[in-house]
Design a protein around this ligand. Structure first.
Ligand code: S3P
Length: 172
């Protein structure tokens, strides 16, 4: 039986590897909330991988799909929406996130991010910069937008999944 705790949706944002997927999986298990993993839903609907969507239709097309999905989710509540790392870069997406509920920014150092993403080939945005310096640079470019979008910031370096979730729920 679902334990309805939140009268709104929790929207997780942050850089690739910040822990959005891991934390949303854990929260959904503990609170019996449904997850919308945006990248996954988009891949299923398009019947294409993210790298293929980028290569075939370009980034703007992908961001449009993100906007549409965020709009759709506003009809629901008690959901965890796990965004892609770039979702919060578009102002329009941020507006749609805010209509969903509370926006939580997960952060980690470039070194930690590097350790988490180094073995993945599924991130076209990291092509050519999959090293600590490249990650630090892109993170710096995005930082202001991430922070502006967030209602709450949770640091994930050197914390267990449980610690991050506890802190998040406590401060929500
Ligand atoms: C992106 C992050 C990815 C995915 C796409 C673009 C980005 O999501 O949406 O590759 O621009 O940072 P993850 O943060 O889940 O890797």
């Amino acid at each position: 039986q679902a334990r309805k705790l939140f009268d709104y949706n929790i929207v997780l944002i942050g850089f690739m590897g910040a822990g959005k997927t891991t934390i949303s999986d854990y929260l959904s298990t503990v609170f019996d909330m449904e997850i919308v993993e945006m990248d996954q839903v988009i891949e299923e609907r398009e019947e294409m991988s993210i790298p293929d969507i980028f290569a075939t239709y370009g980034e703007e097309y992908f961001r449009d799909l993100e906007t549409a999905l965020l709009e759709e989710m506003q009809e629901r509540k008690n959901m965890i929406i796990s965004c892609g790392g770039g979702t919060a870069l578009r102002q329009r997406n941020v507006e749609e996130m805010k209509k969903n509920g509370r926006v939580v920014l997960l952060t980690a150092s470039p070194q930690t991010i590097y350790e988490r993403v180094k073995d993945s080939d599924e991130r076209p945005v990291l092509k050519g910069r999959k090293n600590v310096e490249g990650i630090a640079e892109l993170m710096e470019q995005r930082r202001e937008k991430y922070e502006a979008a967030a209602d709450l910031v949770v640091q994930t370096d050197h914390k267990s999944v449980l610690q991050v979730c506890e802190e998040l729920v406590q401060r929500l």
